[in-house]
Write a protein that binds this ligand. Structure first.
Ligand code: SF4
Length: 237
């Protein structure tokens, strides 16, 4: 089959799948197909499975990403780590110095504090998935620019769509504002359930903030207890 035809089929399948998911999000049931063996399936899903996105395909797509200016100053791109089937995903802002050197999120002092928080919840970092809105470190840890967020955030959206966790924790003002498209101060948002693409999202403080403001650890623990309650309510707790 000529390459052009294969590409056209591929694009049609991707379009059909995104339309199906969009309708599902709206709660609209789409037509199913009955196969010879009596099983039912959505017309495009079975065919699409060969093309289905995974975290690996997203990472491959990023490659040696040069899509925004942060590529010039990074040491390593920090994609994300953890369980690809995690029930809980924690999203931070961007890699810091140590993360940039190691290529892994939350490995510095703040990361160690996050590990202790997870341990208190009865989890280890292998149980959850950790990532950031930005995959590359902004110089001197400055706030990412809007164009950098606009360029990089689609990859986070795809990661969350693949993992489809039961709960998301937004760590810190920047991540929460990016995910929820709001400017409400994190001090007002934290502790209150929000929704991201239908998934319960708990905003809380970033562990780096806790290093500077240890009195806020109590608030974060209250938020994490809520997260545990929600995970238990969602099943498999
Ligand atoms: S921050 Fe994101 S978009 Fe910019 S270079 Fe890094 S991976 Fe690419």
């Amino acid at each position: 089959m000529p390459d052009q035809v294969i590409n056209e089929i591929r694009e049609a399948l991707v379009l059909a799948r995104s339309q199906f998911e969009y309708l599902s999000d709206l709660g609209i049931e789409t037509q199913t197909t009955e196969f010879h063996d009596g099983s039912k399936n959505h017309p495009c899903i079975g065919t699409y499975s060969a093309l289905q996105e995974t975290l690996d395909t997203i990472r491959t797509d990023l490659g040696d990403c040069q899509r925004c200016g942060l590529a010039a100053s990074r040491t390593k791109l920090v994609f994300g780590v953890g369980n690809p089937n995690a029930r809980l995903v924690l999203v931070g802002e961007a890699p810091g110095r140590e993360e940039d050197l190691k290529g892994e999120p939350f490995v510095g002092e703040a990361g160690q504090l996050l590990d202790r928080i997870l341990l208190a919840m009865g989890m280890q970092r292998e149980d959850v998935y950790l990532c950031n809105v930005l995959k590359c470190r902004p110089p001197d840890n400055r706030d990412p620019n809007p164009d950098e967020v606009a360029t990089c955030e689609p990859f986070l959206v795809r990661q969350l769509a693949v993992i489809r966790p039961q709960v998301i924790v937004g760590l810190g003002r920047f991540a929460v504002h990016s995910l929820l498209k709001t400017k409400t101060p994190i001090s007002r948002l934290r502790g209150e359930w929000q929704r991201y693409q239908g998934i319960p999202l708990m905003p809380t403080y970033h562990p780096a903030y806790l290093l500077r403001n240890p009195e806020a650890k109590r608030d974060v623990w209250e938020d994490m207890k809520e997260v545990l309650r929600m995970l238990n309510a969602e099943g498999g707790g």
